[in-house]
Design a protein around this ligand. Structure first.
Ligand code: NAD
Length: 436
């Protein structure tokens, strides 16, 4: 089948490449000419495990191509996916400028029946707006489908190729059948394609992210509780996680959630509810708890050194909002580093892949180094912010010999507090027994 995908970010690029890999013919469109140039040469502008070889394979076979020519892409395809960004506006509501721009372009240039698939995460009612926008420009028949994306950065290719479920929001059987045919190669193991009405589909995406963000803030709140009552969040986590009603996943305490989705989507739901005359009390608390948590490590470091970090060198391990991605959008590292700089610290950071994306945001106000040990040279403290596997089993003796003071604030609970104390470190995790 012929597909065009508008937007070659984390979602559009992975979706387009996976469709091509299952035999469909795909044109990916972006307004960013540099991205189109790189992608046409088989170079991935983002770090996502497994994506670049898949991209190159499909470029060579001719099943995928990249273009800035929106008109040709629209005319050549039956399915048009909208996978552009929906960043938060000033008030927290999702900014639909890009989505509606693509809708207007489709309306102006389509010359035959099309299925327009909204894959971006959009406020409830957006598919109706997309439909109205296209209808203003054309009398030709078309359908609009909601098809939210659930892939996770870091495992996006696997998530896309083997989705646990595919959600399709539609108001007619014709598009439901077309979407099932399109996605058939992805659900051969029997995972469901769930069809529902459009607004429920749009809401499902927000509810999923809001639920996951809630679990994280819930555990972070309990971590803070544990510290005050002398309990250990890691023991509590395993204690509750073995209850199948709760489950083991997404219950790790840490330095707060970040990324391009949870913060933005929680804010958007709060804002959508407000506009509908309703208050999302749980989600407002989820967001407030997360903001507090993101500041926690920096506050601890400042307090440990007596309220001032002038003349102190602080090492950071991990800049991305989670491992296996170079994405630093809304990452706790950004909050922490800005606070450390404001308190007068010199900051030296390491991340296996996110140094360039972090530099694009923070500039050269901090120093970026190529090895995690290099960051420790003469450091007064280490703040660990991303649980990259390569940070899990460091040489503690080497760390101690490099650091000016053996002080670790662990925002991801990677290390054992007892062991670190025995080794002579001042060590503090999140909600762990045996803080400093
Ligand atoms: P992104 O910012 O990485 O990429 C968006 C791309 O769209 C950019 O390359 C931009 O140049 C392009 N674009 C903007 N306007 C365009 C236009 N008129 N025509 C063609 N291209 C245009 O965004 P992303 O992270 O891929 O997210 C896209 C959407 O998917 C968002 O709504 C997001 O909430 C949702 N989503 C993201 C993830 C994730 O993990 N990143 C997961 C699920 C859903």
């Amino acid at each position: 089948m012929k597909i065009s995908v508008f937007g070659t970010g984390y979602v559009g690029l992975v979706t387009g490449t996976c469709f091509a890999d299952t035999g469909h013919e795909v044109i990916c469109v972006d307004i960013d000419a540099e991205k189109i140039r790189l992608l046409s040469e088989g170079k991935c502008p983002i770090y996502e495990p497994g994506l670049e070889p898949m991209l190159q394979r499909n470029l060579e076979s001719g099943r995928i191509r990249f273009s800035g020519d929106a008109v040709a892409a629209i005319r050549e395809s039956l399915f048009i996916f909208i996978a552009v960004g929906t960043p938060p506006g000033e008030d927290g509501s999702a900014d639909l400028t890009h989505v509606l721009t693509v809708a207007r372009t489709i309306g102006a240039h389509m010359d035959a029946y099309k299925v327009i698939v909204v894959k971006s995460t959009v406020p409830v009612g957006t598919c109706d707006r997309v439909r109205a926008t296209i209808r203003e420009a054309t009398a030709i028949d078309f359908d609009v489908v909601s098809n939210p994306e659930f892939l996770k950065e870091g495992t996006a290719v696997d998530d896309c190729m083997m989705p646990e479920r595919i959600v399709v929001g539609t108001d007619n059987i014709r598009t439901a059948e077309l979407m099932k045919a399109l996605y058939a190669p992805f659900v051969r193991t029997g995972n469901p394609i769930l069809t529902m009405d459009i607004r429920s589909s749009e809401t499902t995406k927000y509810a999923a992210n809001a639920m996951l963000a809630t679990r994280i803030s819930f555990m972070n709140e309990f971590a803070n509780f544990c510290e005050r009552v002398g309990a250990d969040i890691e023991s509590v986590r395993t204690g509750i996680g073995s209850d199948t009603r709760i489950g083991k996943r997404f219950i790790f305490a840490g330095a707060g959630y970040g990324g391009s989705c949870f913060p933005k989507d929680v804010k958007a739901v709060i804002q959508m509810a407000r506009q509908a005359g309703f208050q999302m009390q749980v989600l407002e608390a989820v967001e407030a708890v997360n903001e507090r948590q993101k500041a926690l490590l920096a506050e601890r470091a400042v307090a440990f050194f007596g309220g001032d970090l002038a003349g102190r060198k602080i090492a950071i391990w991990g800049l991305s909002f989670k491992p296996k991605t170079d994405d630093v959008r809304e990452a706790p590292s950004l909050t922490v580093i800005r606070m450390l700089l404001a308190a007068g610290a010199e900051v030296v950071a390491h991340d296996p892949v996110a140094q360039d994306t972090a530099r694009a945001v923070l500039g050269d106000r901090i120093l970026y180094v190529h090895s995690n040990y290099e960051a420790l040279q003469d450091a007064d403290a280490l703040l660990l912010l991303t649980e990259w596997n390569e940070y899990r089993y460091p040489d503690f003796e080497r760390m101690k010999s490099l650091m000016r003071q053996p002080v670790i604030f662990d925002g991801r609970n990677l290390f054992n507090p007892m062991e670190l104390h025995q080794l002579g470190f001042h060590y503090q995790g999140i909600g762990r027994l045996g803080g400093m």
